[in-house]
Write a protein that binds this ligand. Structure first.
Ligand SMILES: C[S@@+](CC[C@H](N)C(=O)[O-])C[C@H]1O[C@@H](n2cnc3c(N)ncnc32)[C@H](O)[C@@H]1O
Length: 260
């Protein structure tokens, strides 16, 4: 019998430990079907066999389904709020910070963080862990070389301070780079870092099913210190934050409610 989408996702999970059934099906299936067509495969099973034998094809496929678009200082208003309200609030209580940038893609988000934090405290008092499921984006993140369009929302003062331009490429300052620790991490199955004061997880939750999202909010809560903050993307409002032990402190920022 011919494989259906569920057969493909089950086999793909065995192969990669990426559980496609946690992603919204309509969207993911449409993307996968169109890729299979483009590569001239007729059935899920043929395509899967090709992924098993061809490493390059598998990497390209993972890169394609994970959707890696990112940008420095993406949705600048929210970064301004982070700077004016959230970081000062965290520093009232802590003199060093542990921060996790989850699903960081090619590094624009954790590097933006390091730049912003540099104005508040020496970076040796900040630990920034940046993770993503996709090894290829992490490789690019570690390189720290960007096209101009990735910097379009970043205030000019940061560009002047933290980049060198060479042949139209923007190379990030070593000092910023060495303060971000990149690791591969699957939000759906790997253990989460503990003791975080701030977690930034933006523009990935939208791809997950409601059920998966609900589980991830609870896991983020576990990762945070009391009063720690979760910063989400601009289409990722949490409807009833109390349900997961959070309260909204600003739009897109949720504080872990103190445990009794
Ligand atoms: C659209 S990018 C968001 C990048 C950045 N956070 C931003 O907002 O600009 C989504 C990222 O989520 C990552 N991702 C998708 N599924 C994941 C998973 N299960 N665990 C960890 N990262 C995942 C993708 O590889 C991709 O780099």
């Amino acid at each position: 019998m011919q494989w259906n989408y569920d057969d493909f996702t089950r086999a793909f999970f065995e192969l990669t430990k990426i559980d496609l059934s946690c992603y919204k099906e309509r969207q993911m299936k449409r993307r996968i079907d169109s890729l299979i067509n483009r590569h001239n495969y007729k059935h899920y099973e043929d395509y899967y066999r090709a992924l098993v034998t061809d490493k390059v094809m598998l990497t390209t496929f993972i890169d394609y389904i994970t959707i890696n678009v990112s940008e420095f200082y993406r949705n600048s208003n929210q970064w301004d709020t982070l700077k004016s309200d959230i970081i000062p609030m965290l520093l009232e209580k802590h003199d060093s910070l542990k921060i996790w940038s989850a699903a960081c893609s090619t590094g624009e988000e954790p590097y933006s963080l390091a730049m912003v934090l540099q104005d508040f405290l020496p970076l040796n008092r900040v630990k920034i862990i940046a993770t993503d499921i996709d090894r290829e984006v992490l490789r690019k993140a570690k390189e720290g070389i960007y096209l101009e369009k990735a910097l379009q929302s970043l205030p000019k003062s940061y560009i002047d301070r933290y980049f060198t331009v060479k042949d139209d490429l923007y190379i990030i300052d070593e000092n910023i780079k060495k303060n971000v620790e990149f690791r591969q991490h699957n939000l759906l199955m790997d253990p989460y870092p503990k003791g975080c004061h701030l977690i930034i997880c933006r523009n990935v939750l939208i791809y997950f099913t409601e059920e998966t999202k609900n589980q991830l909010y609870l896991k983020f809560r576990e990762s945070l210190e009391s009063n720690g903050v979760l910063f989400v993307g601009s289409t990722e409002h949490i409807i009833f934050p109390q349900k997961y032990g959070f309260e909204s402190v600003r739009t897109f920022f949720y504080k872990k409610i103190q445990e009794e």
